[in-house]
Design a protein around this ligand. Sequence first.
Ligand SMILES: Cc1cc2nc3c(=O)[nH]c(=O)nc-3n(C[C@H](O)[C@H](O)[C@H](O)COP(=O)(O)OP(=O)(O)OC[C@H]3O[C@@H](n4cnc5c(N)ncnc54)[C@H](O)[C@@H]3O)c2cc1C
Length: 475
Amino acid sequence: MYDVLIIGAGIIGTGIARELSKYKLKVAVLEKDTDVANETTKANSAIVHGGYDAKEGTLMAKLNVLGNKMYEELCEELSVPFKRNGSLVLAFNEEEKYHLKTLYERGITNGVSGLSIIDQEKLREIEPNVDLKAIGALHCASAGIVSPWEFAEALIDNSVENGVELFLNTEVLSIEKNEDIFTIHSSSGDFKGRYIFNCGGVHGDLIHNMIAPPSFKILPRKGEYFVLDKSQGKRVNSTVFQCPSKLGKGILVTPTVHGNLLVGPDAQDMESKYDVSTTGEKLEYIKFKGSHSIRDINFRENIRTFGGIRAESDRGDFIIEESSVKGFFDIGGIKSPGLSAAPAITLEAMKLLKNSKIELIEKENFIKPRKHKLFMNLSSEEKENKIKEDNRYGRIICRCEMITEGEIVDAIHRPVMATTVDGIKRRCRPGSGRCQGGFCGPRVQEILARELKEKMENILLDKKGSYILTGELKK
Ligand SMILES: Cc1cc2nc3c(=O)[nH]c(=O)nc-3n(C[C@H](O)[C@H](O)[C@H](O)COP(=O)(O)OP(=O)(O)OC[C@H]3O[C@@H](n4cnc5c(N)ncnc54)[C@H](O)[C@@H]3O)c2cc1C
């Protein structure tokens, strides 16, 4: 019997798990996918927004600003790449310039720090490649960029080190409550617990409806992106937006924490909560809009396109509340700025638990996260020492990103093991470079098979059923 069951291992579920792991509680996380961060948390813009965009007085505004402030310390503690690169909203005419003022004033009311409206000269000083027709911008020095999946993985690794149990490939199918005890029926059997956090992302409404009368609906809204090679990563320093519309913050151009360039997303209301396909038509639109912000982006340097689904709720704000069923907490409708707000959403979720009858006693022996760096970011001396300790660090597997066998083996044997080719890619980057795994993919697969003592053909790319090898060509 668990004290707390968490459904969903995106940035929200993993964040809550880590916070709960600080207390003497029996906690389990149930995740339907093969890995954590496999839905919206792996497919977004990765921006830690300043917080001027959300309407005053909303949870989105309050938690974005608070979450943003928590990023430095958390990422430092968890060895997650984070950079405060600042953001710009461009104005191309007087009407848009007027709109910048509205955003600025809203930002000030929301408590955003580092906001200023800048003229064309200052704008070009900050971003020399900005479109020459841009006449000014809202500058937000407190905005940043992060690696969302590395963040979620670091959170769950540390949770598991501190006793949280993670059940992957475990889809919640139905929920019931008898007296004060919930029973979750899942694809891996039954789980009993006293409290439940529903962190199911775009599926949050369906999970809620398993135990309580409907109270919100999630409307999936897709966004598509280009990821460009590192040759384009220096076209911008900041995250560059155009003026927002009713559908959201519009197409942005941003560097990533690993030095690539990201351009997107659009906004498409969808029927399906699973359709993350990209289309020529939408990508053409994104290319057109992105090129409108930053000059001479070479889209021939595109190395990948992807889509992600926003959990747009019919309530318009984050939903962080106890449902009509006591002890069942919904953390739903966590659309953008959900990543930025995630650390603060965790604290808000903890308040729900503290208001219930549960006794929270801190652990005396909480294990701090281990510090680690990518091999390529080590000094020459550190690299040499690492290779002396373990010669697998001297064997480069991914030549684009210079990732060693040692790092891949380490990623497989972390507290939450990486078991898929993409799981390895998200943890330590082989396959993230120019060839997108064309050369290193089969070698990663071999290492996975060896370390997991599995047959090569059983190693998945990512999701359930995503087999890479289906049979032998020649006997
Ligand atoms: C295009 C796009 C751009 C964005 N850009 C930004 C940005 O730049 N900055 C920002 O702050 N935010 C951004 N966001 C929002 C941010 O990505 C989300 O707020 C955040 O990732 C939501 O995390 P989550 O944990 O709620 O959901 P998810 O990451 O989707 O996690 C939910 C988990 O629940 C699991 N699950 C669902 N149903 C079940 C079930 N029945 N049983 C077991 N498990 C289940 C899923 O498999 C999934 O792993 C963006 C979102 C999108 C789509």
